[in-house]
Design a protein around this ligand. Structure first.
Ligand code: FE2
Ligand code: FE2
Length: 322
């Protein structure tokens, strides 16, 4: 495969697993186009035209010629300059890595992370929150995330890749969508008696089994294993980063009993507790590994070898899932 083909595949698989559905994604892309058309001529040249066809601002080719042929990738969760140098060292030792793929975004894909958070509005609507309420609650949080990420050194790892001449891409919301879709299929399609029952299923998934051995397995943040689970939703798996804490009240009113999340701050935990929502924190690196694995399996099926790195718990699945 070429880098361009891997990138196109990522967009396709991200849309196929997107909680907004194909229609919702198309609507989002149309909105992007309208934003562009409404811009004055002087601002049009700065617009990221990629966002007409790629609904994920945090999934981009960061460095390298898209036509480069790829036979082997090093893939993982966080790639800083250290991982870029690691890939280069491995090649010096005889590996032949053609491309490095990080999950968490870097470069412009990090600076614009807040843009994908809009999909959380649709996700909340799916879980019963009225659209105006979801939008109202999330809009302040989205601009807060933009302000928070603003001062970061976004291009540090991209610069390292450029200096070493190493092709580099990041695939963020695409993998999170795939992880969300995998988990939603398991947890949202049936009823669960207790929170403990939900945790038991979670602990049985191979990635989480391994994470438990690493002492980074699922944790119950609020509620008790004996509590009744109520309606279980995988509400905090995709959509850029942590949403607004005010959403727990709305989700509670919408009938949500238990949330499975990747990671939850203490501030959010307090709020969820106040509204009697059980929070199962599945674990960050391990949950990011779920979507990563589903994508990397597909690359392997297409003849690309994968070296897992940087916190990725690699589990391979056949065509039919296990
Ligand atoms: Fe993620
Ligand atoms: Fe993450």
């Amino acid at each position: 495969m070429t880098i361009a083909e891997i990138y196109e595949l990522a967009i396709k698989m991200g849309v196929d697993a997107d909680p907004r559905g194909k229609k919702g994604v198309d609507k989002y892309l149309a909105r992007q186009k309208k934003v562009y058309l409404d811009l004055p001529k002087s601002k049009k040249e700065d617009f990221d035209l990629e966002s007409f066809k790629n609904p994920y601002s945090d999934t981009r080719i960061l460095f390298g010629d898209p036509k480069t042929k790829v036979e082997k990738v090093m893939a993982g969760i966080d790639f800083d300059a250290g991982e870029v140098v690691l890939a280069d060292r491995l090649n010096q030792k005889g590996e032949a890595i053609d491309l490095i793929i990080a999950h968490h975004p870097a470069g412009g894909a990090l600076a614009s992370l807040h843009e994908v958070m809009d999909m959380q509005v649709d996700l909340m609507v799916r879980y019963g929150v009225p659209v105006n309420v979801a939008e109202g609650v999330l809009s302040e949080r989205i601009s807060e995330v933009q302000r928070k990420i603003g001062p970061a050194n976004h291009y540090r790892s991209v610069d390292a890749a450029r200096l070493l001449g190493f092709p580099f891409m990041c695939i963020h919301t695409v993998w999170d969508n795939m992880g969300w879709n995998f988990m939603a299929e398991i947890f949202e399609k049936k009823e669960h008696e207790t929170v403990g029952d939900v945790l038991d299923i979670l602990r049985g998934i191979p990635e989480y089994k391994q994470a438990i051995k690493f002492k980074a397995g699922p944790m119950l943040f609020t509620g008790s294993e004996k509590h009744r689970a109520g309606k279980v939703v995988v509400a905090e798996f995709t959509g850029g980063t942590e949403g607004a804490k005010e959403i727990y009240e709305k989700l509670s009113h919408a009938g949500v009993g238990t949330i499975i999340s990747m990671h939850t701050s203490d501030e959010h935990r307090e709020e969820a507790k106040k509204h009697h929502i059980n929070i199962i924190v599945a674990g960050h690196m391990v949950s990011d590994s779920i979507g990563a694995n589903l994508f990397l399996d597909e690359l392997e099926r297409r003849g690309v070898a994968v070296i897992p790195a940087s916190g990725l718990i690699r589990v391979k699945r056949g065509k039919g899932r296990n």
